[in-house]
Ligand binder design. Structure first.
Ligand SMILES: *Cc1c(COP(=O)(O)O)cnc(C)c1O
Length: 480
């Protein structure tokens, strides 16, 4: 595809403006000379319809959730209802300056207050802060809250326990917050091994970070025992809430022993994600940690809603102003649209969809941890290695068939991992399409593995150097 600059032709105009009927002002009579351009800006000259066509075509080069299923495990790529965009575009919200006085933004404050309380209700936590901008940022804020809690108690706790199935952000956040992460090995069933935990738990451990259901999609059945072991030594339980889509309306983390957690509004609560944001990663805490939450807090008084800065033990600000407000508007819309049992229904459907897919796929791949999963599951592509085909090749070949690839090589405890999370928003027909694509690829591996190894064949670009593409972004048109 050509760049918009390459479509430019001198004199082409996007719009024509009627001739003005007021005297012309020379720019240099208004602006100091040094600030004026010597040469015209190098802008592409194209008619309006070319601009529209160009960006419409560009937008469909990439795969996205509005094109088809997006089964990225751990990411909860559910459909983002369009009504979320409608409410987030309300002028009363988009036109708000973050420094507008409280009495002029009561509606926005009420929305934040209500969302905090809705998340507290969903999670069984006592207080919520909407400030953190993403899951990893929520982890960091929560770890800082835990550090402040122990500082206040006069306890010196250095270590954070993290299961080997955890997301890489967990140990990274622990290290950035000044703790030392310690890995604990999963048991043979893929869940936390309590004997191993008992060995590693001691009074210098601040907390254990647990993803529940874990990244294999398995519910931590022994969570109460885990809580007893950790609380017994004065430690805290942190829940990585990225998989809350399996629990909403069914299990409240605050009621099964967790002291603190983060939410990924851009996962569970249907706000768009990918491409670097914006997201939102609120944190929820039980009452003993509430005094340390980021400030300002939002309060409801007889005179209305207001920000309170008098939170003397707060860790301080976690984000400029109050977090990514318009993401919160989308998540709040989603929660209200679900109504009474809607969130529980969404979680149950997510679980049914995952188990339906698993039942169709487990014959084709290897299931390293055969427990019954909740909303996502992990298979292994090791059976195809003897044909010279890696999981990466299968993922790339899926793109040729017009479906997005699942998460691969995560969690790291499964070799050649393929991690699928269909979410509740996909129909049985779309799930069947995914199954038929995977079975077609498995047949190809038997008959013509080379076509899989060389994939993708039909995408705008073939195989990218993914590490370089992410670290060395080059989005500038330089040949001008
Ligand atoms: C997505 C995810 C995170 C990190 O969340 P971000 O919003 O991407 O920062 C942490 N843990 C798990 C299990 C996740 O899936």
């Amino acid at each position: 595809m050509k760049l918009i600059f390459e479509k430019s032709s001198p004199g082409s105009r996007g719009i024509t403006i009627p001739k003005h009927d007021v005297p012309e002002i020379q720019p240099d009579t208004v602006f100091p000379k040094g600030f004026l351009r010597q040469t015209p800006a190098e802008l592409p000259e194209v008619p309006e319809y070319e601009v529209v066509r160009h960006y419409t075509n560009l937008s469909s080069l990439n795969y996205h959730i509005d094109k088809g299923i997006y089964p990225l495990g751990s990411c909860t790529m559910k459909h983002n209802p369009k009504i979320n965009e409608t409410t987030a575009a309300f002028e009363g919200f988009t036109g708000l300056h973050p420094l507008v006085p409280e009495h002029l933004c009561q509606g926005a404050l009420e929305l934040m207050y209500n969302l905090e309380h809705a998340l507290a209700e969903i999670s069984g936590m006592d207080a919520v802060s909407l400030q953190p901008a993403a899951g990893a940022h929520g982890e960091l804020a929560a770890l800082m809250v835990m550090a402040a809690y122990f500082r206040k108690k006069g306890e010196d706790r250095k270590y954070i326990l993290i299961p080997d199935s955890a997301h890489g952000t967990n140990p990274a956040s622990a290290a950035i917050a000044g703790f030392v992460p310690i890995q604990i090995a999963s048991g043979p069933s893929g869940t936390i091994d309590c004997t191993e935990l008992e060995k590693k738990m001691n009074p210098s451990v601040a907390a254990i970070m647990i993803t529940n259901p874990n990244t294999l999609g398995l519910f931590e059945q022994e969570i109460e025992r885990v809580a007893n072991i950790v609380h017994g030594q004065g430690g805290l339980l942190y829940m990585d809430g990225a998989n809350l889509n399996a629990l909403m309306g069914i299990v409240k983390p605050g009621e099964i022993g967790f002291d603190v957690m983060h939410f990924n509004l851009h996962k569970t609560f249907s706000t768009p994600h990918g491409g670097g944001g914006p997201g939102s990663g609120p944190i929820g805490v039980r009452s003993h940690l509430a005094p340390f939450l980021p400030r300002p807090r939002i309060e409801k008084t007889n005179e209305g809603f207001r920000f309170s800065e008098s939170v003397p033990q707060s860790i301080g600000k976690a984000h400029s102003f109050y977090g990514n407000f318009l993401v919160c508007v989308r998540a709040y819309t989603y929660i209200l649209m679900q109504g009474g049992n809607g969130l529980a229904e969404a979680s149950k459907r997510a679980i049914i969809n995952a188990n339906y897919l698993l039942s169709k796929l487990k014959g084709m791949f290897e299931q390293t941890y055969p427990g019954q999963p909740l909303h996502e599951f992990v298979l292994s592509g090791t059976p195809f290695k003897n044909k010279g085909v890696k999981t990466l090749d299968i993922a790339k070949r899926m793109l040729d068939y017009g479906v997005y690839a699942p998460t691969i090589y995560f969690p790291q405890i499964v070799p050649e991992a393929i991690m699928i999370e269909p979410t509740e928003t996909e129909t049985q027909e779309e799930l069947d399409r995914l199954v038929s694509v995977l079975s077609a690829i498995v047949r190809e591996i038997e008959t013509d593995p080379e076509i899989v190894v060389q994939a993708p064949h039909t995408t705008p670009v073939r195989r990218l150097d993914e590490a370089k593409a992410a670290r060395d972004l080059d989005v500038c048109f330089k040949s001008l």
